[in-house]
Each structure stands twice: as structure tokens, then as C-alpha cells.
Write a protein that binds this ligand. Sequence first.
Ligand SMILES: Nc1ncnc2c1ncn2[C@@H]1O[C@H](COP(=O)(O)OP(=O)(O)OP(=O)(O)O)[C@@H](O)[C@H]1O
Length: 473
Amino acid sequence: MDLNPPPPKSWSIHTRPEIIAKYEIQERVGSGAYSDVYRARRKSDNLEVALKEVHDYQSAFREIEALQILQGTPNVVVLHEYFWREDEDAVLVLEFLRTDLATVIREAKKGGGLPVGEVKRWMIQILCGVDACHRNMIVHRDLKPGNLLISDGGVLKLADFGQARMLMEPGYVVADDNLQLYEQKPLHQTEINQTPEVAFDAGSSCQEGNANQERGSVSKEEYFREMDELKAKISMDEIARETNVHDENTSCLATCTTSDMEEDPFKGSGSYEPAEGEDIKHGSLTSCVGTRWFRTPELLYGSTDYGLEVDLWSLGCVFTELLSLEPLFPGNSDIDQLSRIINVLGNPTEDIWPGCARLPDYRIISFSKVENPIGLEGRLPNRSPDEILLVKKLVCYNPASRATAMELLHDKYFVEEPLPVPISELRVPSTKSGQDEESSGEWYDYNDSDSDFDEFGPPKVTTTHSGFSIQFP
Ligand SMILES: Nc1ncnc2c1ncn2[C@@H]1O[C@H](COP(=O)(O)OP(=O)(O)OP(=O)(O)O)[C@@H](O)[C@H]1O
């Protein structure tokens, strides 16, 4: 007897003729804030794929745009094609990746740790993926172990570009004097899925008579023209929606304006709204991005003109987790998140982080002086000085001081013994287990445990001309 309930008939993906004509949908394998993901087989050649149905327009647009630009990059998930008809959710056809780095970490914790050679190989692959994004001026904004998917052969791929932003016009690629290392990155070509032809369903299907017509690969110019048309269409829709989205200068913490005083001031801390209302031309981005545990201090203090460096902080948190098998800053609210960071790194000041005092929420929330911050050494007690140094290059207050992905790829850590193991020797879990941030069951393990927030006692809230200020004793 089959104990699994039949899938609800209302799932729109099951009723889309253009999709079921080409793909046999097998099971739902995951869901996120804006999407449902299904495992499926392409009928023509039996290829296993992931169908990601994205329920948010902007998130779908961002993911498609970023993945198109990054196509052919070995450490970024492959987008085979996508379907996007008017008035329906976008469905992205992605290569299917069975597991992720969160599962690797969880398994390692159960099974006695990760050998240094494996840690290095995972790190190199992540760095190659992030470097490819940053060369194209794409900021991912949601790097975390659960978004680093892994193929059966051990190739790690950045995924979930729903919050990604392009910081420059498409086509801009950062030059690098030393491309050699990037090209020589020690990936095994045979293990890399060949990038398939990308078919554009969106542009054609929006036009009468062309629905569901694949057109094969198109030139870059044609692609950007299509994207421009799509953007114009989206912006019309957004006008209607922007009346009730975040103000572009409003941070998660800064939901605490005077008019919101009757509401819980920490309400915004769990909010991961898509970055609507952003004005990239004027350098204004939302600070409500990413998953809290991996979110930078500048975002927590409400910055709206940040850059690629936000990914580098997240990368440092991921690396620390690979080394310690514990999340570095598992905050349970944005304020708790900041307090955990301050307990490790000390209070941020203009001396170590020029410009911090000008961040929107820097004066709104102040913490008592932490006399003896435990430092990253304290969070990585059994790791080598080289490993701690590597993490320090990323997990530092001043965004300008964070090392780039390319700089880290050149770090001597990766060429010293023990050397990174070949990809074929990585131990790859055969399935995925749960999620890696506060929405997961694991969150409860951290929720009441060592929250530094508990130590602060009740905050003192004072009304100011711009809102209010919160002082922790
Ligand atoms: N290509 C893929 N192959 C296999 N599983 C995938 C693939 N892409 C996504 N998934 C799984 O589907 C789930 C949701 O995917 P994803 O994180 O991309 O969606 P999201 O709505 O953007 O999520 P989030 O809430 O993290 O922003 C995750 O568990 C992820 O591991």
C-alpha cells in the first residue's frame, strides 16, 4: 500500500502542457521561500533534471539573468532552459544535484570530521564559483552551505541566485592579470557536466503563436535584448507592487521607525523580502537579504550601498563552518546576530571600520563594550594558524579589507601539505538532509543554547527624532 499522499492536483507545474510534454515529473525534492523544486526526467534522453518553479517574479528574473551570464562556469549550477509564460510562474530547468555542503558538514559531524585535504578541495570549488560571479560583477547575496549544491561526482556548484544582483551592466567582466590559476583550477573535466544548449522559452512564449517554441542557443546580444524587454515588462508590474514594499533606505533593523513603535521592534529580523524597490543606478540596495547567520555587519547595520564584499563575509562563515562543523554566528534575531559578531570580533569602531558610524542603524542600536572579545581563534580552537588567518581575511568588519575570491585562490594554504584531495576522492553524501539556517529543525539546537543576547538583559529604548535607539546594558 502506498502511504504517501498523492500530489495535490492544483500544483501548477503538473498542469503546464509545455512542461509535461518534455519532462516527466517525479517528486518534489525541496521548497524555499519562493520556490518548489521537483526532480524530473527529460523524456528525449532520460536526463535527470531539477524543475524549479519560482513563485516570485523578481526572484525568477534575477536567477535566470545571473545563470545565463554564468553559463559554462563549472562551479555554478547549469540552467538547461526555462519556461515563462505570462501570468504563470517561471519554471527553471536546472541540472539535478543530489546533495549540498550543509549535508557534507552534517555527515562529517556525525562521522568524526572532515580531513584537511577535503576541506581545501571544497573551499577551492566554492572560491572558483564565487570568483566567476564576482568577475561578472554578480553579487550572490545568499551564500550558505545549503545553496552550495554538489553533484554525485563531487563537483560543487553555487545555486539559488534568486537574490543575486548585477552591480554593472551585463557583459562587464573584471580583468585579471593572472587568469592562469583560474583556468588551471584543478577540476576534473570529465566530472563537469557539459553545458547544454540553452533554450529561451520566456521571450517566445510571451508572444502570441510562439508559445513553447524552443529556439536553440542565441547570441549574447540577442539574449540581452530579450532581457531588456523582459525587464521593461517587469518594471510595469512592479510599479503596481512598489506601493507596499520596503523603502529602499530601510534596513531590517530599521523597521523600527517611530510609526512602527507599537509593533515589535524585532519583527523585521526574520524578514527576507526580495529586494524590491532597489535603485541600483543610485547605489541603493536593500539590506534585507541573505540568510541571517551569513549576513554581514554592514547589512545588519542597514547599509544600502554595499558591494561584492557581502559575499566574502558569508564565505568566511561557510569556511569556518567547514573547519569547526558548527555555524559561526547562529543568531536568532538580527540583534542577536550582531551581538554574537561583537562578542567574537569586539565592538566595531571607526578605527577598525572606517565609515561604520555613518551606517543607518549604527547609532540606533548600541552594545556595551565587550572587553575581551573571544576572537576567531576562540571559535576555532583546534585549527591551524593558517586556517584562522584565512578566515580572518574574510570575517572582518571593514568590507574593504576582505580578501577577494581570486586572492584567496592564490593563498599558500591551498598549495601546502596536506594538499587538496582530487575531486574524485571527496566523500559525497548520497542524499540531502534538511536545511542549514534558522528555518530548519536544527535552529532549535541553537535557539536557547549560547545566545549572547540573553546576557544583555532588557534593552533601554529611547525615542529619537528619527525613530528610536536601543541600548543594551
Ligand atoms: N538543481 C537542484 N537540484 C536538486 N535540488 C535542488 C536544486 N535546486 C534547488 N534544489 C533544492 O530545492 C530547495 C529549494 O531551492 P532554492 O534554495 O534554490 O529555493 P529558494 O526558494 O530560492 O530558497 P531559499 O528559501 O533558500 O531562498 C533546496 O532544498 C534545494 O536544495
